[in-house]
Design a protein around this ligand. Structure first.
Ligand SMILES: NC(=O)c1ccc[n+]([C@@H]2O[C@H](COP(=O)([O-])OP(=O)(O)OC[C@H]3O[C@@H](n4cnc5c(N)ncnc54)[C@H](O)[C@@H]3O)[C@@H](O)[C@H]2O)c1
Length: 350
Protein backbone atom coordinates (compact mmCIF):
# COMPACT_ATOMS: atom_id res chain seq x y z
CA UNK A 1 0.00 0.00 0.00
CA UNK A 2 1.21 3.51 -0.78
CA UNK A 3 2.68 5.38 2.18
CA UNK A 4 0.45 8.27 3.31
CA UNK A 5 2.44 9.93 6.07
CA UNK A 6 6.02 11.17 6.28
CA UNK A 7 7.62 10.49 9.68
CA UNK A 8 9.66 13.52 10.66
CA UNK A 9 12.42 14.30 13.14
CA UNK A 10 12.83 17.93 14.18
CA UNK A 11 16.44 19.04 14.72
CA UNK A 12 16.50 22.15 16.91
CA UNK A 13 14.09 22.75 19.78
CA UNK A 14 14.25 26.56 20.07
CA UNK A 15 11.68 29.26 19.34
CA UNK A 16 10.91 28.42 15.74
CA UNK A 17 10.63 24.68 16.36
CA UNK A 18 7.25 25.48 17.89
CA UNK A 19 6.09 26.73 14.47
CA UNK A 20 7.48 23.55 12.89
CA UNK A 21 5.69 21.28 15.34
CA UNK A 22 2.45 23.26 15.22
CA UNK A 23 2.52 23.13 11.42
CA UNK A 24 3.23 19.39 11.39
CA UNK A 25 0.37 18.80 13.85
CA UNK A 26 -2.05 20.63 11.52
CA UNK A 27 -1.49 18.52 8.41
CA UNK A 28 -2.50 14.94 7.72
CA UNK A 29 0.53 13.81 5.68
CA UNK A 30 3.20 14.45 8.34
CA UNK A 31 3.94 13.19 11.82
CA UNK A 32 6.61 14.44 14.24
CA UNK A 33 8.16 11.37 15.85
CA UNK A 34 11.41 12.69 17.35
CA UNK A 35 13.10 15.89 18.45
CA UNK A 36 16.69 16.92 19.15
CA UNK A 37 18.28 19.89 20.90
CA UNK A 38 21.68 20.11 22.59
CA UNK A 39 19.71 21.58 25.45
CA UNK A 40 17.71 18.59 26.71
CA UNK A 41 15.28 20.81 28.62
CA UNK A 42 14.30 22.65 25.41
CA UNK A 43 13.79 19.37 23.56
CA UNK A 44 11.78 17.88 26.44
CA UNK A 45 9.56 20.95 26.59
CA UNK A 46 8.67 20.65 22.91
CA UNK A 47 8.26 16.87 23.20
CA UNK A 48 5.77 17.31 26.02
CA UNK A 49 3.90 20.04 24.12
CA UNK A 50 3.54 17.87 21.01
CA UNK A 51 3.21 14.33 22.42
CA UNK A 52 6.61 13.06 21.35
CA UNK A 53 7.65 10.18 23.65
CA UNK A 54 10.57 10.88 25.99
CA UNK A 55 12.64 8.05 24.44
CA UNK A 56 12.52 9.99 21.15
CA UNK A 57 14.18 13.06 22.63
CA UNK A 58 17.83 13.45 21.63
CA UNK A 59 20.69 15.81 22.41
CA UNK A 60 22.88 14.58 19.53
CA UNK A 61 21.20 14.69 16.13
CA UNK A 62 23.34 11.80 14.84
CA UNK A 63 21.37 9.53 17.20
CA UNK A 64 18.08 10.78 15.78
CA UNK A 65 19.42 10.34 12.23
CA UNK A 66 20.42 6.74 12.96
CA UNK A 67 16.75 5.73 13.27
CA UNK A 68 15.39 3.77 10.31
CA UNK A 69 11.79 4.73 10.96
CA UNK A 70 12.38 8.44 10.24
CA UNK A 71 11.90 9.50 6.59
CA UNK A 72 12.87 13.15 6.77
CA UNK A 73 13.92 15.96 9.09
CA UNK A 74 13.13 19.62 9.51
CA UNK A 75 16.03 21.81 10.63
CA UNK A 76 15.23 24.88 12.74
CA UNK A 77 18.84 25.27 13.93
CA UNK A 78 20.92 28.49 14.05
CA UNK A 79 21.80 29.52 10.47
CA UNK A 80 25.49 28.72 10.99
CA UNK A 81 24.61 25.04 11.59
CA UNK A 82 22.31 24.47 8.60
CA UNK A 83 25.00 23.05 6.34
CA UNK A 84 26.48 20.61 8.81
CA UNK A 85 23.11 19.21 9.95
CA UNK A 86 21.66 19.08 6.42
CA UNK A 87 24.63 17.14 5.09
CA UNK A 88 24.59 14.73 8.03
CA UNK A 89 20.87 14.10 7.46
CA UNK A 90 21.21 13.60 3.70
CA UNK A 91 24.11 11.20 4.22
CA UNK A 92 21.98 9.30 6.75
CA UNK A 93 19.38 8.83 3.98
CA UNK A 94 16.85 11.44 5.15
CA UNK A 95 15.10 14.08 3.06
CA UNK A 96 15.58 17.57 4.50
CA UNK A 97 13.43 20.65 5.00
CA UNK A 98 16.00 23.25 6.11
CA UNK A 99 15.13 26.66 7.54
CA UNK A 100 15.96 29.85 5.69
CA UNK A 101 18.49 31.34 5.07
CA UNK A 102 19.83 28.16 3.52
CA UNK A 103 23.33 29.13 4.69
CA UNK A 104 25.39 32.26 5.18
CA UNK A 105 27.71 31.73 2.21
CA UNK A 106 27.41 30.29 -1.26
CA UNK A 107 30.08 27.60 -0.90
CA UNK A 108 27.99 26.07 1.87
CA UNK A 109 24.84 26.22 -0.30
CA UNK A 110 26.69 24.55 -3.18
CA UNK A 111 27.91 21.75 -0.93
CA UNK A 112 24.39 21.14 0.40
CA UNK A 113 23.03 20.95 -3.18
CA UNK A 114 25.85 18.65 -4.29
CA UNK A 115 25.35 16.22 -1.38
CA UNK A 116 21.56 16.12 -1.94
CA UNK A 117 22.19 15.17 -5.58
CA UNK A 118 24.84 12.60 -4.61
CA UNK A 119 22.58 10.97 -2.01
CA UNK A 120 19.47 11.08 -4.22
CA UNK A 121 17.54 12.74 -1.39
CA UNK A 122 15.37 15.85 -1.58
CA UNK A 123 16.48 19.12 -0.02
CA UNK A 124 13.89 21.88 0.40
CA UNK A 125 14.60 25.33 1.84
CA UNK A 126 11.81 26.81 3.93
CA UNK A 127 11.06 30.13 2.23
CA UNK A 128 7.89 30.48 4.26
CA UNK A 129 6.66 33.66 2.55
CA UNK A 130 5.72 31.48 -0.42
CA UNK A 131 3.02 29.94 1.78
CA UNK A 132 1.55 33.19 3.08
CA UNK A 133 -2.05 33.34 1.69
CA UNK A 134 -1.48 37.09 1.08
CA UNK A 135 1.61 36.60 -1.09
CA UNK A 136 0.12 33.65 -2.96
CA UNK A 137 -2.93 35.78 -3.89
CA UNK A 138 -0.86 38.83 -4.85
CA UNK A 139 1.41 36.68 -7.04
CA UNK A 140 -1.67 35.24 -8.74
CA UNK A 141 -3.01 38.74 -9.47
CA UNK A 142 0.33 39.98 -10.85
CA UNK A 143 0.67 36.92 -13.08
CA UNK A 144 -2.95 37.26 -14.30
CA UNK A 145 -2.09 40.64 -15.83
CA UNK A 146 -4.77 42.51 -13.84
CA UNK A 147 -2.36 45.31 -12.89
CA UNK A 148 -0.86 45.38 -16.38
CA UNK A 149 2.85 45.23 -16.97
CA UNK A 150 4.83 45.22 -13.72
CA UNK A 151 7.41 48.03 -13.71
CA UNK A 152 8.50 48.29 -10.06
CA UNK A 153 8.27 46.05 -7.00
CA UNK A 154 9.44 46.82 -3.49
CA UNK A 155 9.42 45.02 -0.17
CA UNK A 156 10.66 45.89 3.29
CA UNK A 157 11.59 43.67 6.19
CA UNK A 158 11.43 45.84 9.30
CA UNK A 159 11.78 43.94 12.55
CA UNK A 160 13.22 45.37 15.75
CA UNK A 161 15.84 42.87 16.90
CA UNK A 162 16.87 44.87 19.98
CA UNK A 163 14.31 42.80 21.88
CA UNK A 164 15.82 39.50 20.78
CA UNK A 165 19.50 40.44 21.05
CA UNK A 166 21.73 38.91 23.71
CA UNK A 167 20.71 35.93 25.78
CA UNK A 168 18.10 34.22 23.57
CA UNK A 169 20.05 33.84 20.35
CA UNK A 170 23.67 35.09 20.32
CA UNK A 171 24.15 33.42 16.91
CA UNK A 172 22.11 36.26 15.42
CA UNK A 173 24.70 38.77 16.59
CA UNK A 174 27.63 37.66 14.40
CA UNK A 175 29.26 39.66 11.56
CA UNK A 176 28.51 37.08 8.86
CA UNK A 177 24.79 37.24 9.67
CA UNK A 178 24.04 40.56 8.01
CA UNK A 179 20.31 41.32 8.57
CA UNK A 180 19.65 41.37 4.84
CA UNK A 181 20.67 37.68 4.78
CA UNK A 182 19.12 36.60 8.10
CA UNK A 183 15.71 38.32 7.90
CA UNK A 184 15.83 40.45 4.73
CA UNK A 185 16.02 37.18 2.78
CA UNK A 186 12.21 37.01 3.20
CA UNK A 187 11.78 40.30 1.28
CA UNK A 188 14.41 39.30 -1.30
CA UNK A 189 12.67 35.96 -1.81
CA UNK A 190 9.32 37.71 -2.23
CA UNK A 191 10.80 39.85 -5.03
CA UNK A 192 12.21 36.71 -6.70
CA UNK A 193 8.89 34.88 -6.28
CA UNK A 194 6.94 37.68 -7.97
CA UNK A 195 9.38 39.14 -10.49
CA UNK A 196 12.23 36.67 -11.09
CA UNK A 197 15.95 36.69 -10.42
CA UNK A 198 17.68 40.09 -10.09
CA UNK A 199 20.38 40.52 -12.73
CA UNK A 200 22.23 43.35 -10.92
CA UNK A 201 22.06 44.98 -7.48
CA UNK A 202 23.33 48.15 -5.82
CA UNK A 203 23.05 48.85 -2.09
CA UNK A 204 23.80 51.16 0.83
CA UNK A 205 23.87 50.21 4.52
CA UNK A 206 24.38 51.82 7.93
CA UNK A 207 24.42 50.96 11.62
CA UNK A 208 22.68 53.57 13.75
CA UNK A 209 20.33 51.55 15.95
CA UNK A 210 21.97 48.30 17.08
CA UNK A 211 25.31 50.03 17.59
CA UNK A 212 26.72 47.20 19.71
CA UNK A 213 26.03 44.66 16.94
CA UNK A 214 28.80 43.90 14.39
CA UNK A 215 26.37 44.25 11.45
CA UNK A 216 24.56 46.89 9.36
CA UNK A 217 21.10 47.20 10.86
CA UNK A 218 19.70 49.09 7.86
CA UNK A 219 20.22 48.17 4.21
CA UNK A 220 18.66 49.63 1.09
CA UNK A 221 19.08 47.77 -2.19
CA UNK A 222 17.86 48.52 -5.69
CA UNK A 223 17.96 45.88 -8.37
CA UNK A 224 17.41 45.20 -12.05
CA UNK A 225 14.86 42.45 -12.64
CA UNK A 226 13.87 40.58 -15.79
CA UNK A 227 11.65 42.45 -18.34
CA UNK A 228 13.01 45.86 -17.31
CA UNK A 229 11.33 45.75 -13.87
CA UNK A 230 13.04 47.68 -11.03
CA UNK A 231 13.17 46.15 -7.55
CA UNK A 232 13.84 47.65 -4.13
CA UNK A 233 14.40 45.93 -0.78
CA UNK A 234 14.78 47.68 2.58
CA UNK A 235 15.89 45.74 5.65
CA UNK A 236 15.93 47.25 9.13
CA UNK A 237 16.52 45.30 12.32
CA UNK A 238 16.83 48.31 14.62
CA UNK A 239 13.73 50.32 13.62
CA UNK A 240 11.31 51.34 16.34
CA UNK A 241 8.01 50.03 15.05
CA UNK A 242 5.93 46.87 14.87
CA UNK A 243 7.07 44.08 12.55
CA UNK A 244 6.18 44.63 8.91
CA UNK A 245 6.83 43.22 5.49
CA UNK A 246 4.95 45.96 3.65
CA UNK A 247 5.35 45.54 -0.08
CA UNK A 248 4.13 47.32 -3.22
CA UNK A 249 3.81 46.03 -6.78
CA UNK A 250 3.36 48.78 -9.38
CA UNK A 251 1.92 47.83 -12.78
CA UNK A 252 0.95 49.93 -15.79
CA UNK A 253 -2.77 49.38 -15.04
CA UNK A 254 -2.83 49.12 -11.27
CA UNK A 255 -0.99 48.86 -7.98
CA UNK A 256 -1.04 46.37 -5.13
CA UNK A 257 -0.08 47.31 -1.56
CA UNK A 258 0.24 44.32 0.73
CA UNK A 259 1.64 43.20 4.05
CA UNK A 260 1.34 39.65 5.29
CA UNK A 261 0.32 40.69 8.81
CA UNK A 262 -2.79 42.52 7.53
CA UNK A 263 -6.22 41.03 6.86
CA UNK A 264 -6.65 42.93 3.57
CA UNK A 265 -4.50 44.15 0.71
CA UNK A 266 -5.17 47.17 -1.47
CA UNK A 267 -5.74 46.96 -5.17
CA UNK A 268 -5.76 50.26 -7.08
CA UNK A 269 -7.05 50.24 -10.64
CA UNK A 270 -6.25 53.05 -13.06
CA UNK A 271 -9.43 52.69 -15.09
CA UNK A 272 -11.86 55.53 -14.59
CA UNK A 273 -13.92 57.74 -16.85
CA UNK A 274 -12.98 61.31 -17.78
CA UNK A 275 -15.60 62.72 -15.36
CA UNK A 276 -14.13 60.79 -12.52
CA UNK A 277 -10.57 61.90 -13.22
CA UNK A 278 -11.39 65.31 -11.70
CA UNK A 279 -13.31 63.90 -8.78
CA UNK A 280 -10.80 63.18 -6.04
CA UNK A 281 -13.39 61.45 -3.86
CA UNK A 282 -14.25 58.96 -6.59
CA UNK A 283 -10.59 58.39 -7.33
CA UNK A 284 -10.10 57.32 -3.74
CA UNK A 285 -12.90 54.81 -4.23
CA UNK A 286 -10.73 53.09 -6.77
CA UNK A 287 -8.85 51.53 -3.90
CA UNK A 288 -10.37 48.10 -3.37
CA UNK A 289 -9.61 46.38 -0.06
CA UNK A 290 -9.42 42.65 -0.69
CA UNK A 291 -9.81 40.37 2.35
CA UNK A 292 -7.34 37.54 2.79
CA UNK A 293 -6.49 35.00 5.47
CA UNK A 294 -3.69 36.19 7.78
CA UNK A 295 -1.02 33.52 8.11
CA UNK A 296 2.40 35.10 7.78
CA UNK A 297 4.24 31.99 9.02
CA UNK A 298 2.29 29.17 7.42
CA UNK A 299 4.62 26.30 8.25
CA UNK A 300 1.68 23.88 7.92
CA UNK A 301 1.38 24.74 4.22
CA UNK A 302 5.14 24.47 3.77
CA UNK A 303 5.55 21.07 5.42
CA UNK A 304 2.42 19.72 3.72
CA UNK A 305 3.91 20.57 0.30
CA UNK A 306 7.26 19.07 1.29
CA UNK A 307 5.63 15.80 2.38
CA UNK A 308 3.30 15.64 -0.64
CA UNK A 309 6.33 15.95 -2.91
CA UNK A 310 8.07 13.09 -1.08
CA UNK A 311 4.97 10.88 -1.06
CA UNK A 312 4.34 11.44 -4.77
CA UNK A 313 7.99 11.25 -5.78
CA UNK A 314 7.86 14.78 -7.17
CA UNK A 315 10.49 17.53 -6.89
CA UNK A 316 10.01 19.77 -3.84
CA UNK A 317 8.75 23.30 -4.66
CA UNK A 318 11.71 25.28 -3.25
CA UNK A 319 14.74 23.01 -3.67
CA UNK A 320 18.30 23.90 -2.63
CA UNK A 321 18.83 25.85 -5.88
CA UNK A 322 15.95 28.21 -4.96
CA UNK A 323 17.20 28.77 -1.41
CA UNK A 324 20.70 29.34 -2.78
CA UNK A 325 19.45 31.89 -5.34
CA UNK A 326 17.93 33.96 -2.54
CA UNK A 327 21.21 33.75 -0.59
CA UNK A 328 23.08 34.75 -3.79
CA UNK A 329 21.04 37.97 -4.08
CA UNK A 330 21.49 38.79 -0.37
CA UNK A 331 25.25 38.26 -0.65
CA UNK A 332 25.39 40.45 -3.77
CA UNK A 333 23.65 43.20 -1.75
CA UNK A 334 26.26 42.86 1.04
CA UNK A 335 29.11 42.94 -1.47
CA UNK A 336 27.63 46.03 -3.09
CA UNK A 337 27.31 48.11 0.08
CA UNK A 338 30.81 47.03 1.14
CA UNK A 339 32.49 47.82 -2.19
CA UNK A 340 30.28 50.67 -3.44
CA UNK A 341 29.96 48.78 -6.75
CA UNK A 342 27.07 47.25 -8.68
CA UNK A 343 27.11 43.46 -8.26
CA UNK A 344 25.79 40.68 -10.49
CA UNK A 345 24.45 37.81 -8.29
CA UNK A 346 26.14 34.47 -8.88
CA UNK A 347 23.50 31.82 -9.67
CA UNK A 348 25.93 29.05 -10.61
CA UNK A 349 25.57 26.40 -7.92
CA UNK A 350 27.47 23.55 -9.59
N1 LIG B 1 10.93 31.11 8.53
C1 LIG B 1 10.89 32.09 9.44
O1 LIG B 1 10.14 33.04 9.34
C2 LIG B 1 11.81 32.00 10.62
C3 LIG B 1 11.52 32.69 11.81
C4 LIG B 1 12.39 32.54 12.89
C5 LIG B 1 13.52 31.77 12.76
N2 LIG B 1 13.80 31.14 11.57
C6 LIG B 1 15.00 30.34 11.40
O2 LIG B 1 14.87 29.16 12.19
C7 LIG B 1 16.14 28.78 12.70
C8 LIG B 1 16.06 28.66 14.22
O3 LIG B 1 15.68 29.89 14.77
P1 LIG B 1 15.14 30.00 16.28
O4 LIG B 1 14.53 31.34 16.41
O5 LIG B 1 14.34 28.80 16.63
O6 LIG B 1 16.52 29.97 17.09
P2 LIG B 1 16.74 29.55 18.62
O7 LIG B 1 18.06 30.08 19.00
O8 LIG B 1 15.53 29.91 19.42
O9 LIG B 1 16.76 27.93 18.54
C9 LIG B 1 17.85 27.21 18.03
C10 LIG B 1 17.96 25.95 18.85
O10 LIG B 1 19.00 25.12 18.32
C11 LIG B 1 19.62 24.45 19.40
N3 LIG B 1 20.93 23.96 18.97
C12 LIG B 1 22.09 24.65 18.79
N4 LIG B 1 23.05 23.84 18.35
C13 LIG B 1 22.51 22.60 18.23
C14 LIG B 1 22.99 21.33 17.81
N5 LIG B 1 24.25 21.16 17.40
N6 LIG B 1 22.16 20.27 17.84
C15 LIG B 1 20.88 20.42 18.26
N7 LIG B 1 20.35 21.59 18.67
C16 LIG B 1 21.16 22.66 18.65
C17 LIG B 1 19.69 25.53 20.49
O11 LIG B 1 19.90 24.94 21.76
C18 LIG B 1 18.35 26.21 20.33
O12 LIG B 1 17.37 25.64 21.17
C19 LIG B 1 17.12 29.84 12.19
O13 LIG B 1 17.71 29.38 11.00
C20 LIG B 1 16.26 31.04 11.90
O14 LIG B 1 16.82 31.89 10.91
C21 LIG B 1 12.94 31.22 10.51
Amino acid sequence: MKKKVIRLGVIGGGDFSEYHLNGIAKVSNAEAVAICDINRESALLRAKQFDIPEDSVYTDYHDLLARDDIDAVTIPLPDQLHKEATIAALRAGKHVLCEKPMALDLDECKEMIRVARECGKQLMVGQIGRYSPMYVEVERIIKSGLIGDLFMIESEYAHDYSEISGNGAPWRKTPEREPVIGGGCHAVDLIRMMAGNPTEVFAYANNKCLTDWPIHDCTMAVMKLPNGVIGKVMTSTGCKRNYTMRSVAYGTKGTLIFNDVDATFSLFRGQFSEDEIFDRYKQRELEIKVPVEVDSHNFGGEVEDFCNSLLNDQPVPTPGEEGAATVAVCLAIVESFKTGEKVVPDYNFD
